[in-house]
Design a protein around this ligand. Structure first.
Ligand SMILES: Cc1cc2nc3c(=O)[nH]c(=O)nc-3n(C[C@H](O)[C@H](O)[C@H](O)COP(=O)(O)OP(=O)(O)OC[C@H]3O[C@@H](n4cnc5c(N)ncnc54)[C@H](O)[C@@H]3O)c2cc1C
Length: 461
């Protein structure tokens, strides 16, 4: 039972993107008399940008605090009772209460709720192998992780770094370490870096990374981290080889952080993420919402549930949840799977389905790949970009786009994201009225060149 003066109490678990967006939006809609908001965060920071960690480590962003959008004190000043360094250890769904433990003192207490928001994020996958916890081995999930890595880099005399994993975080960390003057080796289990792309597009990233002086090792699973006499990391071993390392960065993906929710009997899907309705209410639970990296989302192109851990979704989820909790109405329809990243000056973007996603979804498709330029060919600074496009055979519907190129390549994917969301065919895309002037694109934008080629291949088929 809520004993405060407010008529209702909202409890939020998790103090970053999804949780604090939800709390802030709910506070905007309902004042403290109508809604008491208690938020629990087990870490040291709130509302921070993990997305900025590679750029902080790499030196583009100078200060850690530049990555913090809102401090605990700022949240408190806006009427949110934020309890830092306090971990929720149990959700009692029937009793409408959560048990929380002060991380430093160990003291435990129960807090009742009328409405609950679960925004516990994701936890990094840690390889079960000898040496994985040795000094010098770092994850980059939190600001504390980033600081620990920066401290290690400042202390370490050797200049050899191994990055384990070649997803976007691995690739961004490779750039960060190159920028700090390290010799970087990326060890990757897959056949090419950036497995969110098809392998033929990943190959372009591979070639560009090697051009930057990064050693790319594919098809290689790390079996152990070797340590020296001082107990610190000295190398990373795969079945076939050893890669000397003064520092190791792990970037091998994340899983939804749903252990609490599962223990409470809340529904999770095949990716272990919480299942919600379109208003982000946990399925079957009128007064519990969930959002951010701990939930599964509907892929609007394939119609299947996926787990995609991205801040862009977490912030939108928070807004939607906050609106609903605050007495309004909002929905999150789903995603088309858009992501953009870079390694040095190479931009990498994708949206929609890869070939293997399309096959898995049972879709028949045609794929085309084109090369074009970022500006009119004669205009200074024009650089090459490669665009791959997938379209459904019978309907001509756009299914997915991947782009790899230099300046101006990455954010072009947004054209395709909008087209996918609108359910456009590639034929319709060819007539899109995109802006043109020589400094910005060729007369036919590269995305439109790909759409024309896809449309003509579909007609021929
Ligand atoms: C290096 C890096 C780069 C990234 N780059 C990008 C990018 O470029 N673009 C992009 O869109 N996304 C990016 N992301 C992903 C993005 O940061 C996440 O998707 C986003 O932070 C998810 O927000 P969230 O609120 O769901 O979860 P989180 O940010 O993980 O927050 C969850 C919070 O809940 C707390 N918590 C968990 N369990 C409990 C508990 N039981 N009790 C109390 N507190 C708890 C955690 O301490 C954490 O602070 C990046 C992530 C990393 C690590």
């Amino acid at each position: 039972m809520n004993m405060s003066a407010a008529s209702e109490r909202l409890v939020v678990i998790g103090g970053d993107a999804a949780g604090m967006s939800a709390a802030s939006q709910a506070r905007r809609l309902k004042g403290p008399d109508a809604l008491e908001i208690v938020a629990f965060e087990r870490g040291h920071f709130t509302s921070y940008s993990a997305c900025g960690i590679p750029y902080w480590v790499g030196g583009d962003v100078e200060e850690r605090d530049e990555l913090i959008a809102r401090t605990p004190e700022e949240h408190r000043a806006r009427g949110i009772d934020l309890r830092m360094r306090t971990e929720v250890t149990e959700i009692d769904v029937a009793g409408q209460r959560v048990r929380a433990r002060d991380v430093d003192s160990g003291a435990e207490s129960w807090t009742s709720y009328d409405k609950l928001v679960i925004a516990t994020g994701a936890r990094p996958i840690r390889p079960e192998m000898p040496g994985a916890d040795a000094p010098g081995v770092h994850g980059v999930q939190t600001l504390d992780d980033g600081q620990a890595l920066i401290d290690t880099l400042a202390r370490t005399r050797g200049r050899r770094a191994v990055v384990v994993g070649a997803g976007y975080i691995g690739v961004e960390m490779a750039e960060a370490l190159i920028n700090r003057g390290y010799e970087v080796t990326v060890v990757n289990r897959g056949s090419e870096p950036m497995s969110t792309l098809d392998a033929d597009m990943g190959r372009l990233v591979h070639e560009a990374m090697e051009g930057l002086g990064i050693t790319m090792v594919n098809d290689a699973a790390v079996t152990k981290v070797l340590t020296g006499e001082d107990g610190r990391v000295r190398a990373v071993a795969t079945e076939d080889a050893e890669y000397p390392a003064d520092v190791v960065v792990l970037g091998i993906g994340v899983r939804p952080e749903t252990s609490l929710a599962k223990a409470a009997g809340l529904p999770v899907g095949r990716h272990d993420g919480l299942l919600t309705d379109l208003a982000l209410r946990v399925r079957g639970h009128e007064n519990i919402w969930a959002g951010g990296d701990c939930v599964e989302v509907l892929d609007l192109v394939s119609g299947q549930e996926r787990h995609i851990a991205l801040g862009t979704h977490a912030n939108k989820h928070g807004q939607v949840i906050g609106a609903n909790v605050g007495g309004g109405y909002a929905t999150f329809p789903g995603v088309v799977g858009t992501a953009v990243s870079k390694v040095c000056d190479l931009e990498i973007a994708r949206t929609g389905l890869r070939e293997k996603d399309a096959r898995r979804a049972g879709l028949q498709y045609e794929a085309v790949t084109i090369e074009s330029t970022s500006r009119a060919g004669y205009y200074p600074g024009a650089s090459l970009m490669t665009v791959k496009m997938l379209a459904e055979r019978r309907t001509g519907r756009l299914l997915g786009v991947q782009i790899v190129g230099r300046e101006g390549a990455g954010k072009r994917v947004d054209i395709a994201a909008v087209a996918l969301t609108a359910g456009m065919t590639v034929e319709q895309m060819t007539a899109l009225d995109l802006g043109y002037a020589p400094p910005f694109s060729p007369v036919w934008d590269p995305v439109l060149v790909a759409a024309r080629k896809a449309a003509s291949k579909l007609r021929a088929a």
